[in-house]
Design a protein around this ligand. Structure first.
Ligand code: ARG
Ligand code: ZN
Length: 876
């Protein structure tokens, strides 16, 4: 087999033929499903006559083929590894094919597959070609009519996109339902579900007064776990009407929960398919974080109905067109429904840890890549989250009102079309009258811009000079970078008054919280009439996805932590302060000298704990130390052990110094109100559990006892899991082991809870974590073919920094072994799982060699395009 070849954006051409209507009939069977397709095909007006018709198709057994009812002879078409080619096709014709596929053998979970006993599909990006021969590209949009035939006993429920128009019984215990989707769509939005499912139903009246039926389909035992998803769906529908003027456009909206799913969920028209982990919740089985994740994903998929479905992508290079915009939409929705500052803090801390790492690694790519081998590898933090940051910058640049006008223009101008990122940005430029040419570089240039900032207060003239220098490091294939247009929202906080000072730039007033635009490599901004010496508060709210360095003193940071008017930057100042202290301790650990805790950090925390606050959610974030992964991101070379030891030392020092305060905070936040996933309760729980984590870190007897009681009280999963994690991650195995056993037995029947049980154990810092992983891989609840299980056990272990990076290389070896097996079973999951190994350049030489050795061992295998692409980049 030849090496997989890259596809280039610059090679884009419209398809030679388009499909205007697609009729499908599925005769379901686990090992031999028959798929009949009738495609209404016509030549694309922009392409010449006489070109061959090329259809994608993989792993399909062709049984029949005809054009306009005439069966084709063997010499009238050609089958290749990638599909089917018809050299001479008429201008306009009906193409009939029949193929056979085996859903039960489909472990890749792309195309039509079985999850438990049910049939379901995942077609984005290129799964439809595993269902039937088709131009599997998003710029081919057709209306669909789909008939699903199944067994009455095994598949009483037969679903597809759109509206059911006919149903009936057939001989031999079979029945059928025909669905019609009137909205032209690319085939990646096709969906089919068949199985023994139950539904929960509700209704929604749209802003124009249309009645929509809402259904959530689940296996019977999960009927009690859909309330939150349903409530979230209705909130999202209302929000999109109120915020973007977008109304739902079918009479029926369905969500189905399936256990085996590669990603979170999929926005198929009218029939969203969800990983059960992204839809099912119950106070006793799901944590607050899971409740919030469900709300966010339900909204995300719903929002795609406009940003993705009504207006879709011309080609897969434009993926961020729908994903970046939709993530931005779901982030703002969640911010509106919950604590906005905490949502921003969570999103940014995740972004700066994981997306920055991606941008700094061998798979770094622009938000709009210009080539790829396997599009399945590009469902990344860069496409999604950095894409969302770009849309957020756009919103801030043009202002909400122009942004909304631009969005209206985009949806009306391109309704029913497959378009590009330029089309989207052009609407924003048109609606705002702004020049966004330089801004477009955010889409084409990979890597995280770094800004070095310096400031100087000129006492004599009352001026503040801010010098900014930007630089984007080289990334694979992009050695030289041009300067970006970087909006920096900032304030100058007076050191005497503690207030935001007025900002005057070039004689123009920016208020007390303004935006400056860095466009050059180096730019100086001189603020005049600055009446006292300030500390600058820069990139407020993370106004651009950049690294911003400023030589803050620890006193400056402690000052900002209490005085900055921007909640996000107050939190960020605390993080920066902690990082400075951690730096010293990491160095001390490496040099084998005694670690000394910086008293300024202790005082800053004492301040926080003392202050009366009405924003407990933010306080909980402020009391949370930067994660080991984030600390690692700041280090030139990652020393996992030193980072772990330093962070542990800071945590324990704080716990010892402030033990009574943590205890008080814990006690003040214990509540016994019935569980509700509401902001106030969530805030109290997270504050309480952060406090408890400090107490347990020093094995304070009272703290341990509180954790034990919290676990036993069994009030809700958030508290139970927090307590269980603390016990399991402490060295008190005499308490942890029975707790784990109780939990494991109680929840043996619930796969989503067992996922948590796996993760809690394999993320413990003790040196037996690896042995536990191996042991648990044989547990009856584990399965290598279920992506959630792989993530919960193997994925979670690979995030366990001290143990994954063991110096004997056993952690790496285990991961590589699993990647090798999954390369055969589920390439998409395999290529994601291998990520931590691809970051080998960040570690010491010994670890580099070990990690590289495992990558090389993987390369010996017969690789899927997914894993091939990632391994080649990692070893390049
Ligand atoms: N469009 C889906 C979403 O963002 C994700 C689909 C991912 N598909 C894939 N093959 N990775 O909600
Ligand atoms: Zn999406």
């Amino acid at each position: 087999m030849s090496e997989p070849q890259p596809i280039h954006l610059s090679d884009y051409r419209p398809p030679a033929y388009r499909v205007t209507h697609t009729e499908l009939t599925f005769d379901l069977d686990p090992s031999a499903t028959r798929v009949k397709a009738r495609l209404h095909v016509e030549r694309h007006p922009e392409r010449e006559a006489g070109e061959p018709l090329e259809l994608d198709g993989e792993q399909l057994a062709l049984k029949a083929i005809a054009i306009d009812g005439q069966p084709l002879g063997d010499d009238e078409y050609a089958l290749t590894e990638q599909g089917l080619r018809i050299e001479r096709a008429p201008e306009r014709f009906l193409l009939d094919t029949e193929v056979e596929i085996a859903p039960e053998a489909n472990t890749a979970l792309e195309g039509l597959y079985q999850s438990g006993g049910m049939f379901c599909t995942q077609c984005e990006a290129e799964g439809f070609r595993r269902i039937t021969f088709y131009p599997d590209r998003p710029d081919v949009m057709a209306t669909f009519s789909t008939t699903v035939i199944g067994r009455l006993d095994r598949e009483p429920v037969l679903l597809s996109n759109g509206n059911p128009v006919e149903r009936g019984e057939l001989p031999n215990g079979r029945h059928f339902v025909t669905w019609e989707d009137p909205h032209p769509k690319p085939c990646y939005l096709f969906a089919l579900v068949a199985g023994d499912l139950e539904k929960v139903e509700d209704r929604f009246t749209t802003m124009s007064g249309r009645e929509v039926t809402l259904q959530i389909w689940v296996e019977e035992e999960n009927l009690g776990k859909t309330d939150h998803a349903m409530a979230s769906l209705k909130r999202a529908m209302r929000w999109d009407e109120e915020t973007y003027g977008r109304e739902y456009d079918l009479d029926l909206f369905m969500i189905v929960a399936v256990n085996d799913f590669n990603m979170g969920a999929m926005e198929n028209k009218g029939l969203n398919i969800f990983n059960s982990a992204a839809v099912l919740t119950h106070p006793h089985t799901a944590t607050d974080a899971a409740f919030q994740r469900v709300e966010g994903i339900v909204a995300h998929e719903y929002f795609h109905n406009w940003s993705g479905n009504r207006v879709t992508c011309r080609d897969w290079f434009q993926l961020s067109l729908k994903e970046g915009f939709t993530v931005f939409r779901d982030q703002t929705f969640s911010a509106d429904t919950n604590s906005a500052p905490v949502k921003r803090i969570e999103d940014v801390s995740f972004f700066r840890t994981a997306q920055f790492a991606e941008d700094a690694g061998p798979t770094a790519h622009p938000v709009r890549p210009d080539h790829y081998i396997e599009i399945g590898n590009f469902y990344t933090l860069t496409i999604y989250e950095k894409g969302a940051e770009i849309v957020r910058m756009l919103r801030n640049l043009v202002g909400w009102e122009a942004f909304r006008r631009g969005s209206d223009l985009y949806f009306s101008r391109f309704d029913g079309q497959a378009v590009t990122i330029e089309d989207f940005v052009a609407c924003m430029a048109e609606a705002s009258g702004q020049d966004l040419d330089q801004f477009m570089r955010w889409y084409s240039q990979a890597g995280t811009p770094e800004i070095d900032a310096h400031g100087e207060y000129d006492y004599a003239n009352g001026a503040y000079r801010l010098l900014l220098r930007q630089r984007t490091p080289a990334t694979p294939g992009q050695p030289d970078k041009a300067p970006q247009h970087i909006p920096i929202r900032l304030g100058l906080v007076g050191t005497k008054s503690g207030r935001d000072l007025r900002l005057t730039l070039d004689g123009e007033s920016l208020g007390t919280d303004g935006v400056i635009h860095l466009r050059e490599e180096e730019q100086e901004f001189v603020f005049t009439d600055v009446e006292e010496a300030p500390v600058p508060s820069l990139a407020r709210g993370f106004s651009a996805p950049v690294k911003l360095n400023f030589p803050y003193s620890r006193e400056d940071l402690a000052f900002l932590q209490t005085h900055d008017s921007d909640g996000f930057n107050r939190w960020d100042a605390g993080q920066r302060l902690a990082l400075l202290a951690l730096d010293d301790l990491i160095a001390a650990h490496r040099n084998g000298v005694e670690k000394v805790m910086d008293p300024r950090v202790v005082e800053a925390f004492r301040e926080l704990l003392k202050r009366e606050t009405d924003d407990k959610a933010v306080l909980a974030e402020m009391l949370t130390l930067p994660s080991e992964a984030y600390i690692a991101e700041q280090q030139p070379l990652v020393d996992v052990d030193a980072i772990h030891a330093a962070r542990q030392f800071v945590k324990q020092s704080l716990a010892m110094a402030l033990r009574d305060d943590f205890l008080r905070v814990y006690q003040e936040n214990v509540g016994d109100a019935p569980y509700a996933p509401e902001p106030e309760q969530i805030a109290a729980r997270s504050l309480k559990n952060v406090a408890l984590s400090y107490l347990v870190s020093i094995e304070d007897e009272e703290g341990i006892e509180l954790a034990r009681r919290q676990f036993e009280a069994d009030h809700n999963m958030t508290d139970v899991r927090a307590a269980l994690t603390l016990l399991v991650h402490s060295s008190r195995d005499e308490l942890a082991d029975p707790a784990l056993r109780t939990f494991g037995e109680k929840w043996a029947h619930d796969p989503l809870v067992m996922d948590q049980w796996f993760s809690v154990q394999v993320s413990r810092p003790q040196s037996d974590a690896l042995e536990r992983v191996k042991f648990l891989m044989d547990h009856p609840a584990f399965s290598l073919t279920n992506p959630n299980k792989v993530r919960a056990l193997i994925g979670a272990f690979a995030q366990n920094r001290v143990n994954f990076h063991r110096l004997d290389g056993e952690g790496y070896r285990l991961l590589a072994d699993v990647v090798i097996e999954l390369n055969r079973l589920n390439p998409e999951i395999a290529s994601r799982l291998v990520t931590p190994l691809t970051r080998w350049r960040r570690f010491d030489e010994t670890r580099q060699e070990l990690m590289k050795g495992e990558l090389e061992r993987i390369r010996e295998e017969k690789l899927s395009p997914n894993v091939y692409e990632v391994i080649e980049k990692a070893l390049a």
